[in-house]
Design a protein around this ligand. Structure first.
Ligand code: F6P
Length: 356
């Protein structure tokens, strides 16, 4: 009986369980066995492989659950694995062996560009048959218009803005909302437009505090006593200095751009400012219908790629179609916000200040 594996890698997001369920349903209907590898490639460490058999029963009821039932991690690159004594060890041979030890004939890897690059290297070195599925709230994976988790993150950020309108208006405040997105501004611009922001700052467009101040003043002149500012975590200081704090493991990036802007705008305008950092709330919670749909479509398509023997490919969402591209093509382009695209045009058309 054919046996395939599925794993989720990198930061979690909403919709991963929809993928796991769809892979299980489709593969089972073909008469295949499915093993869910736990905690990304960590589950393949060959001395202690950790995998759970996935069946219709096991995946029942997970469609609406956030996170991933398999667990995940974005720590521990197999090629430079952090050991307890602080050294880095190449554990790729063990992980490669884990795939063969489990008797897998193919593996579906669900990840962002970083995870997919690592999985591809393992597949090439270890003779694995790999198929990729793009997931990330950041929506920055190249070659696909959508990745799992983005829609839910935008919904959460939009809902936060909806709530902040009222409290901002009641107190005549400037509300600054810091959203995630890694080095791209997709969440910020999408939620900013949908949530009626006055100012949207994205890393793709340099800004000046003066231009933000002008917009806030314009609002006041028009009788609007509050303003909503959305800022993507990767936005830098006015001078282009990065504002990031690295945790003690040297791995986690905590942005402080919201606080930075708050202090500057308060000083410059003499107005009351408050900051909300949405952080990991954007990754959790019930997946939106669209993320469940994309996750399901990607899961089915990934199994079908395996059935066709079309390996080293990643499924994509392009122009209303589920297609696939070589993983190499997907990871060589980092998708940032298109400055000539419809969202920037829409924001400008609405009179939203983009900081420039
Ligand atoms: O890539 C997803 C993401 O949530 C980014 O938006 C954010 O910069 C990063 O992961 C946060 O990572 P961690 O979960 O390690 O704090």
């Amino acid at each position: 009986k054919r046996r395939i594996g599925v794993l989720t890698s990198g930061g979690d997001c909403a919709g991963l369980n929809a993928v796991i369920r769809a892979v299980t349903h489709r593969a089972s209907s073909l008469g295949w066995e499915v093993l869910g590898i736990q905690e990304a490639t960590h589950g393949l460490l060959s001395r202690t492989p950790r995998a759970i058999p996935l069946s219709f029963d096991r995946v029942d009821g997970i469609l609406t659950r956030g996170g991933t039932i398999l667990g995940t991690t974005n720590k521990g690159n197999p090629f430079a694995f952090p050991m307890a004594d602080g050294s880095l060890l190449d554990r790729s041979p063990e992980i490669i062996e884990g795939y063969h030890q489990l008797g897998l004939s193919a593996l579906i890897g669900v990840g962002g560009d970083g995870s997919l690059a690592i999985l591809r290297k393992l597949a090439q070195q270890g003779g694995w048959n790999l198929v990729g599925i793009p997931k990330t709230i950041d929506n920055d994976v190249g070659a696909t218009e959508r990745s799992i988790g983005f829609d839910t993150a935008v919904n959460i950020a939009t809902e936060a803005l909806d709530r902040l309108h009222f409290t901002a208006a009641s107190h005549s405040r400037i509300m600054i909302v810091e959203v995630m997105g890694r080095d791209a501004g997709h969440i910020a611009i999408s939620a900013g437009i949908a949530g009626g922001a006055d100012v949207i700052l994205i890393p793709e467009i340099p800004y000046t505090l003066e231009s933000i101040g002008r917009k806030i003043k314009e609002n006041q002149d028009q009788g609007k006593n509050y303003s909503l500012v959305v800022v993507a975590e990767a936005v830098r200081t006015e001078q282009g200095e990065p504002i990031t704090i690295t945790d003690s493991l040297g791995q986690c990036r905590l942005s402080g751009i919201g606080q930075y802007l708050s202090e500057r705008l308060c000083g410059q305008l003499g107005a009351e400012t408050r900051v909300t950092v949405l952080g990991h709330t954007q990754r959790g919670g019930t997946p939106s219908p669209l993320d469940r749909l994309i996750g399901s479509a990607f899961g089915v398509a990934a199994v079908d790629l395996i059935a066709q023997g079309k390996y080293d490919h990643m499924v994509t969402w392009q122009q209303r179609q589920v297609l696939s591209v070589p993983i190499a093509e997907a990871i060589q382009t980092y998708a940032t916000v298109d400055l000539q695209g419809p969202l920037v045009k829409t924001a400008r058309g609405l009179g939203i200040c983009l900081g420039d």
